[in-house]
Design a protein around this ligand. Structure first.
Ligand code: SAM
Length: 317
């Protein structure tokens, strides 16, 4: 697909470039905020799985920059935004970057250290594994990322705080809802307008962090396992048989984003430019070290006659 054709078929891709966002995902977070007001009063945020950085840009523009421009601005009192990803990211104003794996305990420790004993008001996670197309498998790997994110949440989020996480809708959606409900008084699954209908992704918007009384972070896995069994569910005040029949859990599911706004599944005509043909914009910030970089280098080398196995992976891939 040519760049102009992609601009026509994906309005959010085009708008992202026009508005200076690194990825179209920016609109998902903006539309979630329109519906749930998640940035209200936020001073400390963790952005998990943040590269190439469009959610961090949204956080910078909505949390950091307004505070810096406020007349009451004090140097030591600026919002703190910590972003983590396996991939490196180009710098963003007001965002501290940590390169690491969120499923690794050491990464969680680095994040916690940045907060220096204070707690975050908001944790967001747009993590996604490389999708295989095998839905059960993709859903499983995605759930491991949510679990890792929830582990970090239990260490850094303040009571009353919010957590937004990408989920893949599948057969375990009800289970995930029950697990999240253990920690948050309000959980809604949201589908922003900028997320295509054909995609199984949605976002869990969890409000008012309130872990069970006496909860110890090291018991997290044990607690979640219990929710997965009918007897454990009883203990945790979830009725047995909650996944089936009349006791089935009904998950609040909300479409978000202005209904008069753009539909991500539609093509839109390209804007006409005065006296000339339409010119597609370049991406705002190409990834610095994408995982496919080595493959591209190998392909390029082999097309120049060099043997592919003489090309070593670059140090940063
Ligand atoms: N929110 C980002 C934005 O707006 O630019 C897009 C995130 S992208 C959909 C998913 C990201 O998850 C990728 O950058 C990938 O490197 C990251 N990721 C996947 N597994 C991870 C892990 N275990 N630890 C850290 N990051 C991970």
């Amino acid at each position: 697909m040519g760049k102009a054709s992609k601009d026509k078929r994906d309005i959010y891709y085009r708008k992202a470039k026009e508005e200076g966002w690194r990825a179209r995902s920016a609109f998902k977070l903006l539309q979630i905020d329109q519906e749930f007001n998640i940035f209200h009063g936020v001073k400390r945020v963790v952005d998990l799985c943040a590269a190439p950085g469009s959610w961090s840009q949204v956080l910078s523009r909505n949390v950091y920059v307004p505070a810096k421009q406020s007349p009451d601005y004090k140097e030591g009192d600026l919002p703190l935004i910590v972003a983590i990803d396996l991939q490196p990211m180009a710098p963003i104003e007001g965002v501290i970057q940590v390169q690491g794996d969120i499923t690794n305990a050491r990464t969680a420790e680095v994040v916690i250290r940045h907060f220096d004993g204070c707690k975050a008001d908001l944790v967001v996670c747009d993590g996604a594994p490389d999708v295989t197309g095998l839905h059960d498998m993709d859903e499983f790997v995605q759930s491991q990322l949510i679990l890792a994110a929830l582990t970090i949440v239990t260490h850094v989020l303040k009571v009353g705080g919010k957590f937004v996480a990408k989920i893949f809708r599948g057969k375990d959606t009800s289970l995930l809802y029950c697990q999240l409900k253990l920690f948050f008084s309000q959980v809604t699954f949201a589908k922003p307008k900028s997320s295509r209908n054909s995609s199984i992704e949605a976002f869990a918007v969890c409000e008012n962090y309130s872990p069970p009384e006496g909860f110890k972070e090291e018991d997290l896995y044990h607690l979640l396992e219990k929710v997965g069994t009918p007897s454990g569910a009883d203990d945790l005040d979830c009725r047995s048989g909650w996944l089936e029949g009349p006791n089935k859990v009904y998950i609040p599911f909300l479409a978000c984003g202005d209904l008069s706004g753009y539909d991500s599944d539609r093509s839109y005509p390209l804007p006409s430019t005065e006296g000339g043909s339409y010119r597609s914009l370049d991406p705002v910030q190409p990834p610095i070290a994408p995982p496919y970089k080595t493959a591209l280098e190998m392909k390029k080398a082999s097309s120049h006659g060099a043997s592919a196995d003489t090309v070593r992976p670059s140090a940063d891939s």
